[in-house]
Design a protein around this ligand. Structure first.
Ligand SMILES: Cc1cc2nc3c(=O)[nH]c(=O)nc-3n(C[C@H](O)[C@H](O)[C@H](O)COP(=O)(O)OP(=O)(O)OC[C@H]3O[C@@H](n4cnc5c(N)ncnc54)[C@H](O)[C@@H]3O)c2cc1C
Length: 458
């Protein structure tokens, strides 16, 4: 490890968690404080280098890929004491804080606090979560970017810029989901809630037919989604691990708010797995009252397998019929893909529902705050041959049928025709975003090959 002006850096290569991306940055920096970020931007400017940032590396798109300077924000993990404001409780964090670190700090606070929704993994960092517009399962909580009240970003000129609704609503909107294009995010302030309620988390295994068949299947699904705080569906193709029988069931996770106390002991701790699939082995049918973070961050995976994931958001029809069609068709196509080769057996599909985001680059953006978006994903273990091409076809079909927009951190760059589609569909919103981006990064220091095709010549 070498050091420049007190900032450590290495010439290490970089690989993302899903193992579909590698890069050789000229230098990877490990800043600990704001002054270090300033040094990195100053160095990049002086040496005409590009910068990208990375957190835990859980994205599958090439957002962090660079042969210039990579900034690992993992040591920027300070959490400021939460404050009670006229907008309720807020907490300010540095961008390298993990989900787990913030959950712990909020729980330890008096009164205990929590984010109302969150992404599944606890190892990922808020720089990645917020810049990429990530989301949890809660219908009314929308995306994580919608929880931001203030952002502080060090731009390409070395200036620290504070974004908030009061200062400049348009710039704040764009900065809240900025794809890492406005500079290095230093801090974010998030709205949090007092943990007065908990989740009644209900898991059930249902047959396809009970959920997806019949003329009123869409309306039944709609009623379920509207009744719950959060609803999530999983499906994996094989009934039993490494055996050919098709799984004809869907795993349904539902969360409802409750004032009941959380159960102290996990009733599933010593129960044998009910799902014969190592990736979902912690799933157990039944009901439990859990603290909010415990309910949101259930464990997925066998600790060994990493996965690839392609996912989109699309606006749900009033009768939810497009959701029924999309999920049923996905299960069918996924069965055909999975059974076409023994090496393709590790696949799964998933969907959640959120209300629209106000952020102009969100795949769930809509002017109607009551519009509901289906966030749907297809995934496979990292080594699955042909998955990227197959998933690209699935996403292209969702684009064609439902005007779907890829969820930015997932696999989308290999979807046929995706760049002209995104430029057309985001249209004026992309132009507005780019105008603000140019004020922060006039010489495209933060633009890499993932984002350049979307932003150029706007
Ligand atoms: C197993 C798994 C489960 C997941 N579950 C969900 C889920 O439930 N919901 C969901 O929405 N997503 C989910 N994701 C996607 C994941 O939340 C995103 O990929 C998120 O960006 C990961 O955070 P990270 O710390 O790994 O970021 P990285 O992937 O390391 O970084 C992503 C990008 O964020 C930007 N960035 C990061 N920090 C900064 C900074 N300080 N300044 C400027 N730019 C920055 C950079 O452009 C970087 O390339 C999941 C991913 C995995 C692997």
């Amino acid at each position: 490890m070498a050091v420049i002006n007190d900032v450590s850096f290495s010439d290490d290569s970089w690989t993302n968690w899903g193992k579909n991306l590698t890069s050789q940055p000229e230098a990877t920096f490990y800043p600990n404080k704001l002054e270090d970020l300033k040094v990195i931007v100053r160095e990049a400017k002086a040496n005409n280098k590009k910068i990208r940032c990375a957190g835990t590396g859980h994205s599958w798109c090439g957002a962090a890929v660079t042969d210039g300077y990579l900034v690992s924000v993992n040591n920027m993990n300070k959490i400021h004491p939460p404050k009670e404001t006229n907008q309720g409780w807020t907490v300010t964090i540095e961008s390298g804080v993990t989900v787990e670190e913030l959950d712990l700090a909020l729980r330890a606070h008096s009164p205990p606090l929590a984010l109302p929704s969150n992404v599944h993994p606890t190892s990922v960092r808020y720089g990645g979560i917020l810049t990429m517009g990530c989301h949890g399962p809660s219908l009314n909580s929308r995306t994580m970017s919608d929880m931001i009240t203030e952002l502080v970003i060090l731009n390409a000129e070395g200036n620290l810029v504070t974004y908030s609704e009061d200062r400049d609503p348009e710039a704040f909107n764009a900065a809240s989901l900025n794809l890492g294009l406005f500079g290095i995010v230093y801090t974010a302030t998030l709205r949090v809630e007092v943990m007065n309620t908990r989740f009644l988390a209900r898991d059930s295994e249902r047959t396809f037919e009970t959920v997806f068949d019949g003329p009123d299947a869409g309306l039944k699904l709609k009623a379920m989604v509207l009744k719950n705080d959060s609803t999530e569906f999983f499906h994996w193709p094989f009934r039993h691990f490494m055996k050919p029988e098709q799984n004809r069931t869907i795993w349904v996770k539902e969360w409802e708010r409750t004032t009941e106390p959380a159960e102290k002991v996990n009733p599933n701790l010593n129960r044998p797995p009910t799902v014969d699939n190592p990736f979902f082995s912690e799933f157990h049918a039944g009901e439990r009252v859990q603290e909010i973070p415990d309910a949101l961050h259930f464990h997925l995976g066998d600790g060994v397998t990493t996965i690839l994931d392609a996912g989109v958001g699309f606006k749900v029809d009033n009768d939810f019929k497009n959701v029924i069609e999309a999920f049923s068709e996905l299960i069918e196509k996924n069965w055909a893909f999975t059974t076409s080769m023994p090496e393709r057996m590790g696949t799964a599909v998933e969907m959640r529902f959120i209300k629209s985001s106000s952020k102009i680059l969100s795949p769930a953006y809509d002017q109607d705050p009551e519009a509901i978006f289906c966030m749907i994903d297809v995934m496979a273990t990292s080594e699955t041959p042909g998955f990227e091409e197959y998933a690209g076809g699935i996403v292209a079909n969702w684009i064609e049928k439902y005007n779907a927009k890829p969820h930015w951190p997932k696999l989308w760059e290999s979807v046929p025709g995706v760049v002209p589609y995104l430029r057309r569909e985001y249209g004026d919103r992309l132009v507005r975003f780019n105008k603000i981006r140019k004020t922060q990064d006039p010489n495209d220091m933060f633009l890499n090959n993932t984002w350049r095709p979307l932003m150029q010549d706007l």
